[in-house]
Ligand binder design. Structure first.
Ligand SMILES: [Cu+2]
Length: 460
């Protein structure tokens, strides 16, 4: 694996040239009269292109209900938005701040259901984390915390049933910028999701049939525009409540961050499997002598297609501004230690449908854990689910380091807040909490979380 700072990614030769789109009309603002706004009618300004977006740390957020056209159907959904703002945020209002900023946000609940906000992946004080707060309809709540670590995060409801709230749109990106991010020619957030417009396609989970990128679908998905010699930072967020997004890139992209955490050893790939709740930051720096439009796609034949419009230039590939962190020493004892905490993930058929369990019980009856502040523990997630489903486990309040997968050491230093536990496998992680409080641990397939696959870790 290449660790040189200025590694660049050249376009693979032999790329199939997709017809270059000419005279492409911008996303229209000619809303059909009498119809709810279609996602294609969202403003021409791409609010998820944050290259020039100023950092704003004091803000008001309205949690609203609205109707949109999506994939040919009218969709009732929730929306994180701003009162009086003309922009329609198809994937919620992005928050963009600088590392070290104190975020002050007043969230007003204009929906008819209680809700709250969880800052997924962000190390915030326990009383700001979300699950312990309830914002009643018509009420508001002030959140305040310091955005300590730069990275790609998202914020979403953690009010049960969490699946209903998140699946129907109670989420948005929150980006904590590193000063070096200003060196990218393009800084683009890509929120991936699927929506149930006609109905669910999943067996036991809410899997929608309409795939979206930043709340748009089909031909309405904004293209990524890039010229030879430029370098883009793409921040991929999987907001799907149940589906792992299997992303394919037209050229190699360089992965710099997992779940907001910088990689000691960035790597180049053309495939990324992003579990629900997970994020990857990648760099795209194509070169080549001909204009062409290629696509970033997911695994579905009729899924998301993100056009990449490449303009040729007589330029060498751009150097990456990314600076990899120094490796964190790993105590080898952690690799062989009997786990301090073990969570066995499974499911049983109960009278009310499938019960999703941790150590044989469902939340709030599942085994809880008492851990000491600042102590490093080995935590094992064992997937014994008879349904042979992967379970992406998310821990609040900290990141953890991957140690082993079914006993095999993870070769690279990787930190995550959400890790997919493949069916029949077990994954050991090293975890240290630096903030006291009661923290949630749960599957981020939110049907499973609501169905019981959640517990708490008390840190003192
Ligand atoms: Cu699960």
């Amino acid at each position: 694996m290449n660790t040189t700072m200025n590694t660049t990614i050249a376009a693979a030769s032999g790329l199939v040239l997709v017809a270059v789109l000419s005279a492409c009309s911008p996303a229209g603002d000619d809303t059909s009269q009498g119809q709810p706004p279609a996602t294609g009618d969202l403003p021409v300004v791409d609010v998820y292109d944050i290259t020039e977006t100023p950092s704003v740390s004091d803000m008001a957020l309205d949690i609203t209900q609205t109707t949109m056209n999506l994939g040919g159907g009218a969709l009732d959904r929730y929306l994180y938005t701003v009162a009086g703002d003309d922009a329609v945020y198809g994937a919620g209002r992005p928050i963009v701040v600088d590392a070290g900023d104190t975020v002050r946000l007043t969230a007003s609940n204009a929906t008819d259901t209680p809700t709250n906000i969880h800052w997924h992946g962000m190390n915030v004080p326990n009383d700001q984390d979300g699950p312990g707060i309830r914002i009643e309809p018509g009420a508001s709540h002030d959140y305040e915390f310091t955005a300590t670590s730069p990275g790609t995060y998202w914020y979403h409801s953690h009010e049960r049933p969490v699946r209903d709230q998140v699946d129907e749109g109670m989420y948005a990106p929150i980006i904590v910028r590193d000063p070096i991010d200003a060196s990218y020619d393009l800084d683009q957030v890509l929120v991936l999701d699927d929506w149930m417009v006609a109905g669910a396609t999943g067996r036991t989970e809410a899997v929608g049939e309409v795939d979206t990128v930043n709340g748009r679908t089909g031909d309405d998905i904004d293209p990524i525009e890039i010229t030879g010699g430029e370098i883009a930072k793409l921040r991929l967020i999987n907001a799907s409540t149940a589906r792992t997004q299997q992303m394919s890139f037209p050229v190699g992209v360089r992965v710099t961050h997992t779940d907001g955490a910088p990689l000691v050893e960035p790597y180049t790939t053309r495939e990324l499997a992003i579990a629900p709740g997970g994020r990857y930051d990648v760099e795209l720096a194509p070169t080549g002598g001909e204009d062409e439009t290629v696509t970033i796609t997911n695994e579905r034949d009729d899924g998301m297609v993100i056009p990449v419009r490449y303009t040729a230039a007589d330029a060498t590939a751009a150097a990456s501004p990314f600076v990899a962190p120094e490796p964190t020493p790993l105590d080898p004892e952690l690799l062989t230690r009997t786990p301090d905490v073990e969570m066995t993930l499974s499911s049983t058929m109960g009278s009310a449908g499938v019960a999703w369990t941790i150590n044989g019980e469902t939340f709030p009856d599942a085994e809880t854990f008492d851990l000491e502040l600042g102590t490093t523990y080995v935590m094992r997630f064992r997937n014994s689910d008879v349904y042979q489903l992967d379970h992406p486990m998310h821990i609040h309040g900290t990141h953890f380091r991957l140690l082993t997968e079914s006993g095999s050491p993870v070769a690279e230093e990787v930190w995550k807040d959400t890790v997919s536990i493949p069916a029949g496998m077990y994954v050991d992680v090293a975890i240290t909490f630096d903030e006291p409080g009661t923290w949630m641990a749960h599957c981020h397939i939110l049907d499973h979380e609501d169905g019981g696959m959640m517990t708490t870790i008390d840190v003192a």
